[in-house]
Write a protein that binds this ligand. Structure first.
Ligand code: NAD
Length: 507
């Protein structure tokens, strides 16, 4: 029989993954589905006082796991990828139930987990160091990469499971146990992923030690206990800039490595040579997809004055027509905001934009599932200047539109905010496009061409500059963040030449 409520459906998925009902049926942390606003579970929390014991188990696991050869560690991640493949539909559905993502985006998030597992499996045979020329005869200079130790992962609500996998898949092949504190808004998907990991570890065998992957359910106090523990040399924290500033300072105090993935305020520049049809489609997805709740969501559109009137009215009609609705009924492209606070934040930002001279199209609340669910029509806001709310990240579907005259002005606007995550340019003029990608161009960690700033692939390093925190995760050489580098100078001769020609001859 098909489940009759969102709560029953979530319970059925968790049950299928083997999660004990006691963990989500009668705990102290209520979980609300943004689809209707109703409570769908009550999750058992980890008291902050239990965090040290959990980290002790992870630390013990580290001592064993670092001795398992990296390609064998890769096998565990391969098995995790297999569990995710088998559970993709159900886990994707749970993402939809818990976060309100439309179905294809829920599934896409799980696909991203599978992709990073595949990437990490290959990586497990490629964690190589360098051999460098030594200045001394009969000497060799090398560097190698060793596991760093326990990796703490703090994640945000909007990618409730993918962010864990970006970190965990790499950390595990690098030889590091992981301790995860997910968002308090999304503990159900975390319980599901934890269960899938346990299945993979059981198939893998006894050389996967207990304590290799730990889940801590709780709020800020649990996160702080993880951040402050000296047995955790690396913490990857994803969330708001406010959170990152607090976490970054605490980590700096004890000289731990921070991988900070914080807020964005991403812009696209539309140049005179842009393909406007392609631009329109790309902007629609980048600005309204995930109801504007991606760190890479397009929030500022900087349009050349010669194409403004050809693009912006069309965009306004796309905004008027876009389907806003329940992700589990019909085929709406824009689902709900996570909660009331998100809607209130959107309304406040739109009020500030109006006060600063902006013209607001859309942005009103849409009644989809009653008073406890917060659906909003995405807002397009024509702004006279880049000021007030345009300088901030409001985690909702608001796109501010600005006009520009020359590319230098557009790049200055693009870079003129405190955040530096993602950016893009639309155009077919090689000079303009390459200038945007050059050292004088975008100051962001990600700069795309003829596409929006969102929807990154796992193959590249992901992260941003300035108040986005400077961390890098996922592809390229982001794995180095989970390891410690060791330089080795080796003398295979019989003399003892000192570097820089220093003499120290004893009798
Ligand atoms: P949030 O900052 O409210 O919470 C994120 C996580 O940090 C949660 O698990 C929370 O419990 C924890 N936390 C908060 N304060 C803490 C503290 N002082 N010490 C330890 N842990 C603490 O963010 P959110 O609302 O869940 O997510 C939205 C934000 O995340 C947006 O700003 C978005 O841009 C950002 N984000 C960034 C990326 C990226 O890769 N750059 C990806 C996803 C989301």
């Amino acid at each position: 029989m098909a489940p009759t409520s969102l709560a029953a459906e979530a319970a059925a998925i968790l049950g299928r993954f083997g999660v004990d009902e006691r963990r989500f049926a009668a705990g102290t942390l209520p979980v609300h589905s943004p689809i209707t606003g109703e409570a769908i579970a009550a999750v058992a929390e980890t008291p902050a006082g239990e965090v040290p014991a959990a980290i002790a188990r992870a630390q013990a696991a580290f001592l064993a796991w670092r001795r398992v050869p990296a390609p064998r560690r890769g096998e565990l991640v391969r098995l995790l990828g297999e569990e995710l493949r088998a559970g993709k539909e159900a886990l994707g559905r749970l993402v939809t139930l818990e976060v309100g993502k439309v179905v294809s985006e829920g599934l896409g998030e799980v696909q991203e987990m599978i992709d990073i597992c595949d990437f990490a499996v290959g990586l497990s045979r490629q964690l190589g160091g360098l051999v460098l020329p030594s200045e001394r005869p009969d000497h060799k200079l090398t560097e190698q990469w060793h596991p760093a130790g326990v990796v703490g992962i703090i994640s945000a609500f909007n990618f409730p499971v993918a962010v864990w996998s970006w970190n965990a898949a790499l950390a595990l092949v690098c030889g590091d146990p992981v301790v995860w504190k997910p968002s308090e808004k999304t503990p159900l998907t975390a319980l599901a992923v934890d269960a899938l990991f346990r299945r993979a570890a059981a198939t893998f065998g006894a050389d996967a030690p207990e304590g290799l992957a730990t889940l801590l359910i709780g709020g800020r106090d649990v996160g702080e206990a993880l951040v402050d523990d000296p047995r955790v040399p690396v913490v990857s924290a994803t969330g708001s800039t406010r959170m990152g500033r607090a976490v970054g300072e605490r980590l700096a105090r004890r000289f731990a490595k921070a991988i900070l993935e914080l807020g964005g305020n991403n812009a696209s520049i539309v140049t005179p040579s842009a393909d406007l049809d392609l631009t329109l489609r790309a902007v629609a997805f980048a600005a309204m997809g995930t109801a504007g709740q991606r760190c890479t969501t397009l929030r500022r559109l900087i349009v050349h004055e010669s194409v403004y009137d050809a693009l912006v009215p069309k965009l306004a009609s796309v905004y008027r027509a876009i389907s806003v609705g329940s992700p589990v009924a019909g085929d709406a492209l824009v689902g709900p905001l996570i909660d009331r606070a998100a809607f209130d934040g959107m309304a406040t930002a739109l009020g500030a934009a109006r006060a600063a001279g902006g013209t607001v199209h859309g942005g009103e609340r849409v009644d989809v599932n009653g008073a406890s669910a917060f659906y909003a029509r995405p807002a397009l806001v024509e702004m006279p200047t880049q000021s007030g709310p345009v300088l901030e990240e409001t985690f909702a579907p608001i796109l501010y539109v600005l006009r520009y005259r020359d590319l230098d002005e557009a790049i200055a606007l693009q870079n003129g905010v405190p955040q530096g995550l993602s950016s893009s340019i639309f155009g077919n003029d090689l000079r303009e496009v390459e200038r945007f990608l050059s050292a004088q161009g975008s100051d962001c960690g990600i700069a795309n061409v003829n596409m929006g700033p969102s929807g990154a692939e796992i193959g590249g390093a992901f992260g941003g500059e300035k108040e986005t925190g400077g961390g890098r995760e996922s592809g390229s050489d982001a794995w180095k963040g989970y390891m410690r580098r060791q330089t080795n100078a080796i003398n295979y001769g019989r003399s003892l030449p000192l570097a820089q020609g220093v003499r120290f001859d004893i009798a």
